[in-house]
Design a protein around this ligand. Structure first.
Ligand code: UDP
Length: 429
C-alpha cells in the first residue's frame, strides 16, 4: 500500500476520450472505502484512496499497545459478527479469526448481571429460580403491551417491562445518547436480544470472532496495491479531486459534504481513558457495562479477553473507560431524532442530484450499520458500478466502431468522388 502525505499521482492522461487519472477516488479508508477500492482494483480499475486521518481502517483501526502484546481498538470495541455466510467467508479471506464469542456483563445498582437480558438476569434481578418457560410467562406478566411502540422506551417496555428497562436500559441509554429515550428510534433497542434461556452470548449471529492480528492488517491486505493519500481532506480540494476522477466514492459525513447547508445532523461520539495495569485480569470479561446513570462512563473494556488463546503472551492488562460525548470532529453514532430524519431527507435529495458521486457507509448514509452490513453495502455498490462501467465501455466501443465505419465510408466516398472528378476532367480535356 503506497502511502504518502503529498501528491504522488501521475499527470492527467488520455484514456479513450476522457481526460481523467482515476476511475475511482475513494474518500475514507474504513470498511466501505477499503472494500470498494479492493474490488474496483481487482476489476482492473485505477483507484486512489484519500484519507483525512493519519492511518487506514476508519474507526476499526487497532494497534498493539506498547510492551503488553495486547491489541487495542483505538475507537472503541469492534466485534465481528454476521449471519451471512458470504460475508463471513469474505472477511476470512483477509484474516484468520479466532472463535471468540461475545459475552457482556453489566453492573447495575451494585450487582453484576448477565447481558443481554436472559434467564440468569431475570432470576437474579427478581431473586427467583424460574425455568425458561416460567420466565417467559413471568416476563409477559411484566410487559405493557404496545401495538406499535413509537420510540426506544416504549419498545423496551414492550419487550422486558418497566422494571428491567429502568434498571438496565434507561440510565445507560441516557448516558449513551444524551437525550430522552422517548425521542430515540425504537429499533436501537432491538440490537439487543431478549431471551428466557441461559444463552448469554451477546449476538444472535451464526458467525462471530476477532481477527487474529487485530483489524488493521485486514485493511493493509485490502489496500496493498492501492495508493493511499493520508492526512488529506478531500473537501479542501474537492473540485480538483473531482476533475481527476470519473467517480468519487464518498464515505465521510453526509452533512459535511454539503457544507451543512441544511444544518448539522446529530452524532454521538466517545472519549476513551486508557490505563495499563500490572494485573493479570482486571474484570474477567472483555466488556463490563455500567447501567447506572450516576457512573459517568458506559463501559469498561479489557481487550486482552478478546484473545483468550494469547493470554499467556500478554504482559499485564489494559483497561479502557468509555465516556460518550459530543465531538463534531469524531462522529460515531447517528442519533436520528425526528429533526435529524427530516434533515437527512433533504441531504438525501441533494445527494441524488450529485453526479458521479457514490455515498456509502455509516457516516455518509447516517445509518447505525454494523461492520458486516457496511461490507455488504460496499460489495453491492461496487458490483453495480462495475457492471454499469462495463456497459458504458461496451457502448463506447460500439460508438467508436460505428464512427470509424462512418468515417471510412466518408473517406471512401470522397476518394471515389475525387477520382471520378479527375476522370471526368481528364475526359473533358
Ligand atoms: N443498551 C442499554 N444498556 C446496555 C447496553 C445497551 O441500554 O447495557 C442500549 C443503548 O441504548 C445502546 C443500545 O442498547 O445504545 C445498543 O447497544 P449496543 O451494545 O448494540 O451498542 P454499540 O455496541 O453499538 O455501542
Amino acid at each position: 500500500m503506497p502511502v504518502s502525505g503529498t501528491s504522488i499521482f501521475p499527470r492527467t492522461y488520455v484514456e479513450g476520450y476522457i481526460y481523467t487519472v482515476y476511475d475511482f477516488i475513494v474518500v475514507g479508508a474504513g470498511f466501505f472505502g477499503a472494500v470498494f477500492a479492493y474490488e474496483a482494483k481487482k476489476a482492473g480499475k485505477k483507484v486512489l484512496i484519500i484519507e483525512k486521518r493519519d492511518h487506514i481502517g476508519g474507526n476499526c483501526y487497532s494497534y498493539d499497545y506498547p510492551e503488553t502484546n495486547i491489541n487495542v481498538h483505538q475507537y472503541g470495541p469492534h466485534i465481528f459478527h454476521t449471519s451471512s455466510e458470504n460475508i463471513w467467508k469474505y472477511i476470512n479471506s483477509f484474516a484468520d479469526f479466532n472463535n471468540y464469542q461475545h459475552r457482556v456483563l453489566t453492573t447495575a445498582r451494585g450487582k453484576v448481571y448477565s447481558l443481554p437480558i436472559n434467564l440468569a438476569t431475570i432470576n437474579k434481578f427478581y431473586d427467583l429460580t424460574l425455568t425458561p418457560d416460567e420466565a417467559g410467562e413471568f416476563l409477559k406478566s411484566k410487559i405493557t403491551a404496545s401495538s406499535s411502540p413509537k420510540n426506544l422506551e416504549e419498545k423496551a417496555i414492550s419487550l422486558i417491562g418497566r422494571e428491567l428497562y429502568e434498571t438496565f436500559i434507561k440510565g445507560y441509554t441516557i448516558k449513551q445518547w444524551e437525550c430522552d429515550p422517548r425521542d430515540l428510534p425504537a429499533e436501537i433497542i432491538t440490537r439487543l436480544p431478549v431471551r428466557t434461556t441461559d444463552n448469554d452470548i451477546y449476538y444472535d449471529d451464526d458467525y462471530q470472532g476477532m481477527p487474529s492480528g487485530g483489524y488493521t492488517p485486514i485493511f493493509e491486505k485490502m489496500l496493498k496495491d492501492i495508493p493511499v493519500e493520508l492526512k488529506t481532506d478531500f473537501l479542501e480540494k474537492r473540485d480538483y479531486w473531482r476533475s481527476v476522477a470519473k467517480t468519487i466514492v464518498y464515505t465521510g459525513p453526509i452533512d459535511r459534504y454539503f457544507n451543512y447547508r441544511y444544518g448539522k445532523l446529530r452524532w454521538r461520539s466517545c472519549r476513551f481513558e486508557i490505563e495499563e495495569m500490572h494485573l493479570n485480569d482486571y474484570q474477567g470479561v472483555s466488556i463490563m457495562n455500567y447501567a447506572d446513570r450516576e457512573v459517568p462512563y458506559t463501559r469498561i473494556l479489557e481487550p486482552k479477553h478478546f484473545y483468550r488463546e494469547k493470554a499467556n503472551l500478554s504482559r499485564g492488562t489494559v483497561v479502557i473507560r468509555e465516556y460518550p460525548c459530543d465531538d463534531p470532529n469524531e462522529p460515531y453514532y447517528p442519533v436520528r431524532l425526528k429533526a435529524d430524519q427530516e434533515m437527512l431527507a433533504k441531504y438525501q435529495k441533494a445527494q441524488s442530484q450529485e453526479r458521479d458521486v457514490i455515498f456509502g457507509g455509516r457516516l455518509a448514509e447516517y445509518k447505525y450499520y454494523n461492520m458486516d452490513q457496511v461490507i455488504s453495502r460496499a460489495l453491492e455498490q461496487v458490483e453495480k458500478l462495475l457492471k454499469r462501467a462495463l456497459n458504458n465501455e461496451a457502448e463506447m466501443r460500439r460508438r467508436i466502431a460505428y464512427n470509424n465505419l462512418l468515417s471510412r465510408r466518408f473517406f471512401n466516398n470522397i476518394s471515389i468522388e475525387y477520382f471520378s472528378c479527375r476522370l471526368v476532367n481528364y475526359h473533358t480535356l
